[in-house]
Ligand binder design. Structure first.
Ligand code: ZN
Length: 229
């Protein structure tokens, strides 16, 4: 399973950019990083992204999208681009894109062929079956994804406290990308200590930690890293 980390930092990260992961060159999980330059540096074709899966609508997870969707408008792909997210995703993103590109966005939207979908409990996207788990991220509606790719299960959390739904999300996963925000705890987030304990409770799962506020976390990932997991 090829995973490319375009960014691996929390909102205030000074070094890691905000989070965005590309799976198998075709699924984009969250969109906080500078997507186009980082895809370019990792050899990923922005036109090859077949779906965008958003966990939630905080700025550090969506603010890479305006330039990405404009690219898709100017270099359209043959198929529409599904964008999955919690209820309200279309309204929030359309405000963001209109703020970014003004009146021209109405035309660009048609060219980009965006197809907004509310994340379902069980569904399919770009030929990939997924389950979504509602996570605890304070007042923000957040969904983690369980994606089945070539017989393997990838769990992707976005932001969440270390709570029962997170356990459910990673249960039985071959690979789990979860957050490890900071040592000692962070409101609405998973601390380094909680992330380590989570991994220890699921020894059959390979954990990759992102959303790192500072420093180095064991088993963490760096920006602009491609790995086979
Ligand atoms: Zn968040």
């Amino acid at each position: 399973m090829k995973l490319a980390f375009l960014g691996s930092g929390a909102a205030f990260s000074l070094e890691r950019y905000n989070g965005a992961v590309v799976v198998e060159d075709r699924l984009l999980l969250d969109a906080g990083a500078p997507l186009l330059p980082h895809m370019h540096r990792l050899g990923i074709d922005p036109g090859g992204i077949e779906a965008v899966l958003l966990t939630h609508l905080h700025g550090d997870h969506i603010l890479g999208l305006p330039t990405f969707v404009l690219y898709r408008a100017f270099f359209p792909s043959a198929a529409p681009l599904p964008i999955l997210g919690p209820p309200g995703t279309e309204e929030v993103l359309e405000r963001l894109f209109t703020l970014s590109w003004g009146e021209a966005w109405a035309q660009h939207r048609q060219q980009a062929q965006l197809e907004y979908r509310v994340t379902e409990e069980n569904g399919w996207v770009a030929g990939v079956p997924y389950e979504a788990v509602k996570l605890d991220h304070g007042s923000m509606d957040c969904r983690g994804y369980r994606l089945r790719l070539d017989g393997r299960l990838l769990a992707y959390a976005g932001d969440t406290t270390a709570s029962a739904p997170l356990e459910k999300l990673v249960s039985g996963a071959d690979v789990a990308i979860t957050e490890a925000t900071a040592p000692g705890g962070a409101e609405s987030h998973t601390s380094w200590e909680e992330a380590k304990a989570l991994a220890e409770r699921h020894p059959g799962t390979r954990f990759l930690f992102n959303h790192v506020f500072e420093g180095e976390v064991p088993c963490g990932v760096h920006d602009l890293e491609v790995m086979d997991a």
